[in-house]
Write a protein that binds this ligand. Structure first.
Ligand code: IMP
Ligand code: MG
Length: 182
C-alpha cells in the first residue's frame, strides 16, 4: 500500500502525540459537561478511538454515518445520513468527531441538523483540516493537522474504501485514482 503514496505527511507517532494534546484540551474544556462524542463514520473511527482513550472526563458516545464520495476524490455536495444517532440529543453538548474537513459541506450540514434537534452546543474535532478546499465557512474547534489541498489516505481516510488501515497519512499518487476514473 505504501507504494501507492507519493509522500508520507504524518507518521503514526506524530499523529499519536497530536491526538493526545487535543484530548487534553477537550478534557479541560468539557469538564463536568458529560459531552456526547459523535463519530462521523466511517473515516473518523480511528481518530475517535485514539482520542477518547486520552479523554479523562466522563463522556458518552454515539455514531452517525453520512454518504461518502464513492470512488471519486471530489465531494458531490449532497450529504445524506446513512445511519442516524441512536439517542435524542436535546440539551446535550455534542462534540462531532470527523476525519478531515475539506469543502465543509458535511460538517455544516451535520452541525445544523444537530442544532435543529435541540443540542445545546455543537463543536467539531477533526484529525485533519484542508482549509483551501473550503466551500462553506466552517472551521474545526479542535484540529490535528492542517494539510495541503491534495487527496490523502490513511488513519481512517480512504480512497474507494482502501487504505483506511494505514497507521500514517500520506498523499495518494494521482496515477491511482486517474486509473480508476478514466
Ligand atoms: P467535505 O464535506 O468536503 O468537508 O468532506 C468531508 C469528507 O470527505 C470527509 O469526511 C472525508 O470522508 C472525505 N474527504 C475529504 N478529503 C479527503 C481526502 O483527502 N482523503 C480522503 N477522504 C477525504
Ligand atoms: Mg468522512
Amino acid at each position: 500500500m505504501k507504494d501507492d503514496l507519493e509522500q508520507v505527511l504524518f507518521s503514526a507517532d506524530e499523529i499519536a502525540a497530536r491526538v493526545k494534546q487535543i484530548a487534553g484540551q477537550i478534557s479541560t474544556d468539557y469538564r463536568d459537561m458529560n459531552p456526547l462524542v459523535v463519530g462521523v463514520l466511517k473515516g473518523a473511527f480511528l481518530f475517535m478511538s485514539d482520542l477518547i482513550r486520552h479523554i479523562d472526563i466522563p463522556i458518552e458516545l454515539d455514531f452517525i454515518a453520512t454518504s461518502s464520495y464513492g470512488a471519486s476524490t471530489k465531494s458531490s455536495g449532497i450529504v445524506r445520513i446513512l445511519k442516524d444517532l441512536e439517542r435524542p440529543i436535546e440539551n446535550r453538548d455534542v462534540l462531532l468527531v470527523e476525519d478531515i474537513v475539506d469543502s465543509g459541506l458535511t460538517l455544516s450540514y451535520l452541525r445544523d441538523s444537530l442544532l435543529r434537534r435541540g443540542a445545546r452546543s455543537v463543536k467539531i474535532a477533526a484529525a485533519f483540516d484542508k482549509p483551501t478546499g473550503r466551500i462553506v465557512s466552517i472551521y474545526p474547534d479542535y484540529s490535528g493537522f492542517e494539510v495541503p489541498n491534495r487527496f490523502l489516505v490513511g488513519y481512517g481516510l480512504d480512497y474507494a474504501e482502501k487504505y483506511r488501515n494505514l497507521p500514517f497519512v500520506g498523499i495518494l499518487k494521482a496515477a491511482i485514482y486517474n486509473k480508476v476514473n478514466d
